[in-house]
Design a protein around this ligand. Sequence first.
Ligand code: SAH
Length: 252
Amino acid sequence: MKGNNGKVFLVGAGPGDPELLTLKAVRALGQTDVVMIDDLVDRRVLEFAPAARVIEVGKRGGCKSTSQDFIERLIVRLASRGKIVARIKGGDPFVFGRGGEEALTLARAGIECEVIPGITAGIGVPAALGIPVTHRGLARGVTFVTAHSRDGTGPDWAAFARVDTTLVIYMGMQHVAEITAALEAAGMPAATPAAVIQNGTMEQQRHVIATLSTLADAARRAALGSPALIVIGKVVGLAHPAQRAAAQRRIA
Ligand code: SAH
C-alpha cells in the first residue's frame, strides 16, 4: 500500500430522515475532505461535513446519470491523492446499493475503506409506519428482493408466494401489477395486506395500504412513484399511519 493514501468511508445515510444517520456516520463526515453523495440522500446530512467539497453522483432511474465505473475511478483517484472521502449512499451501502463493488475496487487499489452501516429502507420505512416486519405469529421472517436485475429478468415470484415471510420489494414501481398478479397466481391469498410507501420517513412520505389484489390500482390512483417500497404480508395489517408524525418529529 502506498504511504500517502487517504481513506474512504462508505457511509449508509439511512432511509431518508436525516435524524436516522448514525453517530458514526456523523463523526466520519466531520473528518472528510470530499463527500460523494447519491440522489436519494437528504442534503441536510451535508451540514455534518462543513469542510468538505461535495460531488453529486446522482443516479436516478431512467435519467442520464454518473456511471458506476466513473464513480469508482473518481473515488480511487481522490483517495490515492491522500483525501479522506465519504461516499454516502441511501439506506445501507451494501443493500442494493453497489457498495460491495466499490469496496472491492478500493481493496484492489490498496485503499483503506471503512464501511459505516445504515438503516436500510426495507427495515426503516415499514417500521416508521408501524409495520413490524417479523411480527411473531404473522411472519417467519422477511425477504428483501429487488424487482430490477442486471439482465432484465425478474425473480421467481411464485417461490416467494410459498415461504410465509414478509416480502419487501425494492425498485419495484414499474412492476407492481405484474408482481402482485404473479404472487396471486402462485396461491398467495388475494386479501393479503399490502402497501406501497413512497419517500418513507421523509416529510413528503406518501403511502397506500391495500390488499394483494387491489394494490396496483391503489398505487396508480394515488400516483405513487419511485423511490418506493412494496411491502406484502400479514404484518402490513398492523400498520399504524399515526406513527408517521412521531417519525418526523425532530429531536430538539
Ligand atoms: N441502499 C438502499 C437501497 C438503494 S436501491 C437501502 O439500503 O435502502 C433504491 C430503492 O430503495 C428505491 O428504488 C426504493 O425501492 C428503496 N428506497 C430507498 N429509500 C426509500 C424511501 N425513503 N422510501 C421508500 N423506498 C425507498
